[in-house]
Design a protein around this ligand. Sequence first.
Ligand SMILES: C=C1C[C@]23C[C@H]1CC[C@H]2[C@]1(C)CCC[C@@](C)(C(=O)O)[C@H]1[C@@H]3C(=O)O
Ligand SMILES: O=C(O)CCC(=O)C(=O)O
Ligand SMILES: [Fe+2]
Length: 377
Amino acid sequence: MESSDATHIHFPSPNDENGMMPIFDKDFLRNLKDIPKEFYWPSEEIVESSKEELRVPVIDLGVLKTGDEAAIAKAAELVRNACIKHGFFQVTNHGVDPNLINAAYQEMDTIFNLPMTKKLIAKKKPGTQEGYAGAHGDRYSSKLPWKETLTWIYDYNKESKSQVVDFFDAFFGGELHRTGLVYQKYCDAVKEFSPLVLELLAISLGVDRLQYVKFYEDGMQLMRCNSYPACVFSDHTLGTGPHNDPTGVTFLHQDQVGGLEVFVDNKWLALHSRPDAFIINIGDCFMALTNGIYKSCLHRVLANKERERKSLACFMNSRVDKAVRPPEALISPQEPRKYPDFTWAEFRDFTQEHHRADPETLDAFVSWIRSSNPPPE
Ligand SMILES: C=C1C[C@]23C[C@H]1CC[C@H]2[C@]1(C)CCC[C@@](C)(C(=O)O)[C@H]1[C@@H]3C(=O)O
Ligand SMILES: O=C(O)CCC(=O)C(=O)O
Ligand SMILES: [Fe+2]
């Protein structure tokens, strides 16, 4: 792993008492003439966009409530075809109030327009996943993503009904209590409709309808607000580098700025979504749960020269100690196990401590666990 020591990569600035400041201060970076080397992505790694679009199916989740088995079967077929190929689809009629989604976007301005000093108080600490991060400048020393993030965990095993509010109070000293109330409602709303998506995925795979609802019901959300400030160096950096989500199922809401791209048939395709839709994409853990039938697909976010882009990424994961293992119905002599048993805790720690999530994360992880536990002679 690159520079993992606690010191930040700093730039000279009056903002910080010892004349230095953390790497990602958009007001400071906006006035630079040249791109700081830490953000520079080698041109061969910024493969040209195809200028084409990935058209993904839009699934009306309402069909699951009608009991119309023909309509459900049709929706399941659309989901299956998309997930076998690239793992992305959109869902509408999810029941999340549009005003709540708008409020979540507005509260991102509240968060990311805080003074840097307050963001630093909320900074993610090494070895944890919750808190503020500026370009991951304290985790990596090159190819930094041009984004600020705020991440928190909403653990379904905990009794508390105010985990998200409590996170905001704990990390921002009560100043963002109202913001916490908005995101508590937002995360509760995603938790409310997510079983419909998991049921549809099970139906599309021909396994027990509650297979994945049960697998994730005592899991958690890893919730992340992404702010991608406008970037004058957009030709030489990325908002988020090419990667597969290591997680289970991602429930993503993006604004209408654009920049999300998916790598399909050797081309980077733009993925636009309706403002009333959530994008659902399969992560590495869910690909393993389907014994590799559904694809966790490479995607990235381009930096934007003119406009800030915002997105709300909710990564659904199982309880950390649960074996990620496909149902027997998806294993056969013709389709043997593609991945060994592992837990989200093991894979999460691999991505946080040993391997920056990228296009090869799951394969690197499998090799890593196999090398640490070679099969008996
Ligand atoms: C488990 C996770 C690691 C990341 C956040 C969640 C799911 C997506 C991962 C990530 C976004 C993939 C690209 C690289 C990464 C470092 C990032 O750009 O933020 C990844 C996240 C992380 O390690 O914090
Ligand atoms: O910002 C987005 O639209 C997606 C970001 C992403 O892929 C991620 O955070 O894993
Ligand atoms: Fe992602």
